[in-house]
Write a protein of this length. Structure first.
Length: 364
């Protein structure tokens, strides 16, 4: 599945200056961070297992930085799948060089990096017997592990913003595909700057927009989708239950894991919803996604409470996700797990226990 970026016809020099006052106030020393990797020749960059645009763009941008500054060979490690149609189009259109984990031996890397995630969060496949050398993330610090290069900025709206600041600081040229990837990452992670965007995201957006291949960006944003996608949408809206301002849906079997996030985003657009939770199973593993309105930024804490010790969860602000540790093989088992998750969500939201009502009337 490894792809190469062999059709880039132009490169754009990025001016050497900081992207925002926010970065100037941040005390991260990139020169010192790069020095911690001196002599490393083979670096594996991990993302969360089923990566979104922010993960992939940040990983690719970090790879460009390490290749330019250290002369290292950098591999983007794909541990899960790229499922959502837009994300697959992003990989294909922009030629992001992801390499499946099953084709690699992590022991051959003399340094490990993780972007848009952190060790011990349960959503990545970092080797458990290796220390991590680089952590770059915009989610809150989980307190599980630090590294010699540890740059966690929860005030940022996207990890790609941090990576872009690195590239600008070191005056690393951006080819048009990487610029498009970083732009799309900031665009999607902040919902066009309307969700958890800081001044740094606005600066990144404005800086990148003139560097983007807009024809390719259109194809990424508007891909063709398979029949299973429409089947999942139909199942989602017909199974959705409304509990006051909470909308919940059990999707049962998933076409791909991050479908739960896609449907949660959709359900939050219901005019009575302030919270949306979506659950489904993929190859026996239960995935959970939670979305909240922009004026309620408790998603990360809420999902950790409702999943508790039954799995792993994380997030920030208005977006969060997680999974359950115990395998679930049947629809009946999933229904029990789903009911428990909804009950706990209503409890932690201080909502009275109530029977849900169908979002749509039953068909006759």
């Amino acid at each position: 599945m490894a792809l190469t970026d062999n059709d880039v016809t132009s490169e754009i020099q990025v001016p050497l200056h900081l992207a925002s006052e926010e970065q100037a106030a941040h005390d991260f020393d990139l020169t010192r961070a790069l020095a911690t990797l001196a002599g490393r020749r083979s670096i594996g960059v991990y993302m969360h297992d089923n990566p979104d645009p922010d993960s992939m763009a940040a990983a690719w941008g970090l790879a460009k930085l390490l290749e330019a500054e250290l002369g290292a060979k950098v591999t983007l490690v794909l541990a899960g799948i790229v499922g959502r149609a837009e994300n697959r189009a992003m990989v294909e259109e922009l030629r992001i060089p992801l390499v499946p984990l099953h084709e690699l031996d992590p022991q051959t890397f003399d340094a490990l990096a993780i972007v848009d995630s952190q060790p011990g969060t349960g959503n990545n496949s970092l080797p458990s017997d290796r220390a991590v050398d680089v952590i770059v993330d915009h989610h809150p610090f989980r307190g599980t592990e630090r590294s010699p290069w540890c740059d966690i900025r929860s005030d940022m709206g996207a990890t790609s913003t941090i990576i872009l600041q690195y590239l600008r600081e070191r005056a690393i040229p951006l080819d048009v595909n990487l610029a498009t990837a970083l732009f799309y990452a900031v665009k999607t992670e902040t919902r066009d700057l309307g969700r958890e965007a800081s001044d740094a995201e606005r600066a990144a957006y404005l800086h990148l927009v003139s560097l983007v291949d807009h024809d390719r960006l259109y194809r990424v944003c508007h891909p063709k989708v398979p029949k299973q996608h429409f089947m999942a949408l139909d199942r989602a809206v017909r199974s959705a239950q409304v509990y006051g301002d909470v909308v919940a849906a059990n999707l049962d079997e998933l076409f791909y894991p991050d479908l739960v996030a896609e449907i949660a985003d959709l359900l939050l657009t219901f005019d009575g919803a302030r919270f949306a939770v979506c659950v489904g199973r993929y190859k026996g593993k239960v995935y959970v996604s939670l979305r909240t309105e922009v004026d309620d930024t408790r998603a990360g804490g809420l999902i950790r409470k409702i999943i508790g010790t039954e799995g792993a969860a994380g997030g920030h602000g208005t977006m969060a996700g997680g999974s359950l540790s115990r395998p679930v093989e049947t629809a009946a088992e999933l229904e029990v797990a789903f009911a428990g998750l909804v009950e706990r969500l209503l409890h932690f939201l201080s909502r009275a226990p109530t029977a849900g009502s169908a979002l749509l009337p039953p068909t006759t």
